[in-house]
Design a protein around this ligand. Structure first.
Ligand code: HEM
Length: 460
């Protein structure tokens, strides 16, 4: 590692004349950044829209910014994120953020998440009952709907089936808005229709969430769910959380909690469809541990290979491929270079996850690598799909359990096969990493008698 012994100037690749780095970043951000990380030093300086931006290209630097020197940096979140999510956990800072995180945290305690697990299996089982052998399904859409329904139900005790179409369409429109924001390359007049749709989508989400808040208020019934907890929470001066704040936290958790998980699941199905040996090992493990019984939380430690597959998917395609930018509140030294206060710091987990200094054949899907000798000796921030430090993803364990149980329930019953000749997964680097186009996979019943028995058994 040469993070601390580097020269005093960060490496600065040459961009294209006039366009600089914006054009390759807008066209192929992942490929371009991976190319830079493999050809430049530990700290990369890019000039973007006339301003310097620093990309961390070594796990030790990531640890310094997220953990060791975290108090010297703040995170802002972009304008679109703040417009949609207001002052939710992702977009707030300082004491306000700390108080909100404390208010939300109980919903993510281990014993609470353990209680959600039965619902994750149940809702996946219901989904399977709607699916049939030989059917092609739009897997990403299915995974989005399932994870959205799961988060709404277990966190807020909200059923959103009747609003599903409206909510998923609104979220898609908002995701599209993030794309246009990303590099700020389009003129305002071209963005006009997109802006209109975006405002409409924002209003739709707002209306639906506020309706649920009002319904709960009117019912006067308060359960143990997070919606009740937020509505009843009191600040130090005894005042309650405003309706706006409750709305911001609900939308933040629904948005952060379903899109990333859905993408990871889609990537998992795709990668398994392309790697029959890994798929067969997952099936063997499920058959020997579960037989035709549905999975439970207690089964997960007996399914280590399934866990390795999910880790490997998160390594190769981290949905949070780039964290929200950090900004130093004072001049700092990174990799021996002075980085002035207020500079933009970019942290891309994808770069460390694919760094050949820490991973053999980093671009290959190899779930076995997680048990190889030396796997434990990698630096902490060679793999951090959920971020790190105090802003670590609040839903990390929630997501890991939900994904493992959903994959176990589906893979017990079906293989998801890609159409013949369909190989490449095209990725879209929006605010999260997601598939660029529809991922159509065919449901193939594994063993009709055994698998359907498992499903019917639990329905009765
Ligand atoms: C595979 C699934 C997931 C991935 C890869 C993921 C990734 C991340 C990452 C990388 C961050 C840190 C962002 C940064 O530091 O800039 C983050 C933060 C966050 N995530 Fe997740 N996440 C996932 C699932 C979830 C779920 C299920 C929830 C909630 C139900 C959730 C809620 C949040 C929230 C609220 C934050 C902000 C935390 C704070 O700043 O206090 N995430 N997530």
């Amino acid at each position: 590692m040469n993070a601390s012994t580097n020269a005093t100037l960060p490496s600065e690749p040459r961009g294209l004349p006039v366009l600089g780095h914006l054009y390759p970043l807008a066209r192929e951000p992942l490929e371009y950044m991976l190319h830079l990380s493999r050809t430049q030093g530990d700290l990369i300086r890019l000039t973007l829209r006339g301003k310097p931006s620093y990309v961390l290209n070594h796990p030790a630097l990531v640890e310094k910014v997220l953990v060791t020197d975290a108090r010297k940096f703040h995170r802002e979140g972009n304008d679109t994120l703040r417009q949609v999510l207001g002052q939710g956990l992702l977009t707030s800072e300082g004491d306000f953020w700390r108080r909100q995180r404390q208010a939300v945290q109980p919903a993510f305690h281990h014993e609470r998440i353990a209680r959600y697990c039965a619902f994750f299996v149940d809702s996946t089982r219901e989904y399977l009952l709607e699916s049939s052998d030989g059917e092609f399904r739009d897997i990403h859409l299915d995974m989005q709907r399932l994870t959205l329904r799961n988060a709404a139900r277990v966190l807020f005790d909200i059923g959103i089936t009747q609003d599903m179409e409206a909510v998923t369409a609104a979220l898609e429109t908002i995701m599209a808005r993030f794309d246009h924001h990303w590099f700020g390359m389009l003129p305002a007049w071209l963005l006009h229709p997109i802006e209109r749709q975006y405002r409409k989508a924002n209003t739709t989400l707002d209306r639906i969430v506020r309706r649920h808040i009002h319904d709960r208020k009117q019912s006067g019934v308060h359960g143990e769910d997070l919606l009740s907890m937020l509505m009843q929470a009191r600040t130090e001066d005894g005042s309650s959380m405003s309706e706006q704040q409750v709305r911001d936290e609900i939308l933040t958790l629904l948005m952060a909690g379903h899109e990333t998980t859905a993408s990871t699941l889609t990537f998992t199905w795709y990668l398994l469809s392309q790697h029959p040996e890994a798929e067969a090992r997952v099936h063997d493990e499920l058959d020997s541990v579960l037989g035709s019984r549905l999975p439970t939380l207690a089964d997960l430690p007996q399914l280590p290979y399934l866990n390795q597959v999910l880790q490997e998917v998160l390594r190769m395609y981290p949905p949070g491929f780039a964290l929200l930018e950090r900004f130093p509140d004072e001049d700092v030294t990174l990799a021996g270079c002075r980085v002035p206060r207020g500079s933009e710091i970019q942290i891309w987990p994808l770069l460390q996850h694919r760094d050949p200094r820490f991973w053999v054949e980093p671009d290959r899907f190899l779930p076995e690598r997680w048990t190889e000798k030396g796997a434990q000796q990698r630096p902490r921030f060679a793999f951090y799909p959920f971020g790190g430090g105090q802003r670590l993803c609040i839903g990390a364990r929630f997501a890991q359990l939900e994904m493992a149980l959903m994959v176990a329930t589906i893979a017990q019953n079906y293989r998801l096969a890609a159409p013949p000749g369909e190989r490449a997964l095209r990725l879209h680097a929006s605010i999260t990493l997601r598939p660029k186009s529809k991922v159509a996979l065919r449901f193939v019943a594994r063993s009709p008698s055994a698998s359907r028995t498992g499903l019917q058994h639990s329905v009765s």
